[in-house]
Design a protein around this ligand. Sequence first.
Ligand SMILES: Nc1ncnc2c1ncn2[C@@H]1O[C@H](COP(=O)(O)OP(=O)(O)O)[C@@H](O)[C@H]1O
Ligand SMILES: [Mg+2]
Length: 386
Amino acid sequence: HQVSGGQLQRAMTAMALCSNPELIVFDEPTTALDVTTQIDVLAAIKHAIEETHTAALYITHDLAVVAQISDDIMVLRYGKQVEYGSVQQIIEAPREDYTRALVNVRQAYREEAADQSTALLKVENISAEYSNGFKVLHDVTLHVPKGQTLAVVGESGSGKSTLARVITGLLPPSSGRIVFDGKPLMPGLKSRPNDDLRRIQLIYQMADTAMNPRQTVRDIIGRPLTFYYGLRGAEKTARVKELLDQIEMGKGFVDRYPAELSGGQKQRVAIARALAAKPELILCDEPTSALDPLVAEGILKLLLRLQEEEQLSYVFITHDIAIVRAIADSVAVMHRGKLVRFGSKSTALSPPFDDYTDLLLKSVPEMEIGWLERVLATRRMESAGN
Ligand SMILES: Nc1ncnc2c1ncn2[C@@H]1O[C@H](COP(=O)(O)OP(=O)(O)O)[C@@H](O)[C@H]1O
Ligand SMILES: [Mg+2]
């Protein structure tokens, strides 16, 4: 408990090498880490392999990561080998459609809105702490314009989910206020009128944990329809089917249980349940982080389409800068509970940077052979210069 995830993975690598193995299997060792930590672990693994001449099998869903680590790449799908070749060939000249889709995964894109001045949601000087007295948010101020997306980025533990909890009323702030559509919201969930609850919905990273495994898709999506709109029976089922169409799943899914759905389908059902309330703002807390890249891309495209159709505003929480670049209008960077940067996507992601945003942006692996060496060399030069 006293070491970070990154330190732990480095220690595991050292341990694996202790017995002078001829082969080490790395099974997604950096998937759960922040990009800023991932880069140190990747460097340590690469260094260890080169020093000891041990062979390694590195398993990951992130092609940009293997492009840094490996000599050859095998692409697997449904248990079958799709393509096998040198890093160079796979990344720069993929032969198969599936590999090409993986290399060029980003297709969803939203042009940033020019006018970001009128706010639907305002977060004003919010500080928050948990019941154990641990202060998590420090004087956070930001806003989300109507029909637009604010991306909230920052490493694990920086307070992103806590901010979402404060906005929804799950965690009343210790100071500051939330203003929605020009009116202050009551700090706690229980004191908010139903209509205020309806207008702001939340989608979680793990669709599973937010669903009752004993309820069918009809029950899950139907619940807000009954709660907010009093729909029952055939009327409710008809509306559930409409919503299933809207999320591109089809009416056939109404009687399925969560266990009978894929990860991407579960997340679509979670989106349909949020839509059922006819909200104006949806807080998306890392909704694609647990999904494979192509499935995640499908969810992003769906969210963008729904935004256009329904005039939705999103607070999109993520630790993935590529997603921020793809879908945001504005960006908030959180670091240790403080807002270190806030502005339109084009200004927030352009220099001059604050130190933390600079580190964050430089740590995101790029789908380019030699990226890791380049970043490490720059770091060595910078530390020599200091
Ligand atoms: N229920 C809780 N009780 C006490 N501390 C919490 C609770 N939930 C989160 N924290 C702490 O608050 C900080 C921010 O957590 P969180 O908002 O979940 O960060 P993020 O979503 O950016 O990973 C972390 O240090 C975390 O340990
Ligand atoms: Mg979180």
